[in-house]
Write a protein that binds this ligand. Sequence first.
Ligand code: NAP
Length: 249
Amino acid sequence: MNGLLKGKKALITGASRGIGRAMAIRFAEQGADVGFTYLSSVEQGETLVKELSAFGIKAIGYQSDASDFNAAELLINNFIKDFGTLDVLVNNAGITRDGLLMRMSEEQWDEVLRVNLKSVFNLTKSATKHLLKQKFGSVINVTSVVGIKGNAGQANYAASKSGILGFTKSVALELGSRNIRCNAIAPGFIETEMTGKLAPEMVDEWKKNIPLRRGGKASEVADCAVFLGSDLSSYITGQVIQIDGGMLT
Ligand code: NAP
């Protein structure tokens, strides 16, 4: 199917690589104009702009720290200036700073909560005033199966991702009457740089427990974002969709 997002203007955070990058490409394939962010990967950002533009859509990369409230506000204002409107916001940027609780530092806790959770507040809050005016919008927050189930060695990450679930449902309740939808995607084990850092034994153990017996592809997560950003999901809000090969079943 083609053109599911034709004419829509989408902003995706953290798209220099991994899941965000796959989303930006799928969105462009489906006809959306795409703005995306990264923190430090300038070169990858420039390459992605070229790749996206080849689909004949408008593409702009912004270097912007999603965890910084003022930077997020500036980003949203710049996006509106550049694209005219904002239809789909994907809060994807995220990091891990793993460690057992006994050894977890305050910095590890604060950094993960700031980048993974506060960023979602920053971007959504800044976007809301525009979405309210146009009485339309789809916000998609990237959480994780770890936010649903928890994971030893990831108390900070799990807490940040659980926080996204509560935030998503609250925003769906607050803004539904204005035709603004807010949903979450919970990927399981997806093969990206983030999971590439894990020990091979841990990866094998995870895969054994996945009914589909394999890790997911970033493009498989991106397909769900296309669905939630498009009018195919016009009656869906406040939901969490797991993309995990059945892992949490
Ligand atoms: P990744 O490959 O590590 O990519 C992370 C992206 O986020 C990069 O583009 C990075 O930009 C950007 N980023 C990091 N900190 C940022 C900040 N402060 N402001 C703006 N951008 C920032 O990660 P991924 O595996 O694609 O994961 C994407 C999302 O999916 C995350 O929220 C993650 O928690 C979630 N997730 C992933 C998996 C998985 O198995 N991979 C599973 C469940 C959930 P730079 O390149 O400039 O650093």
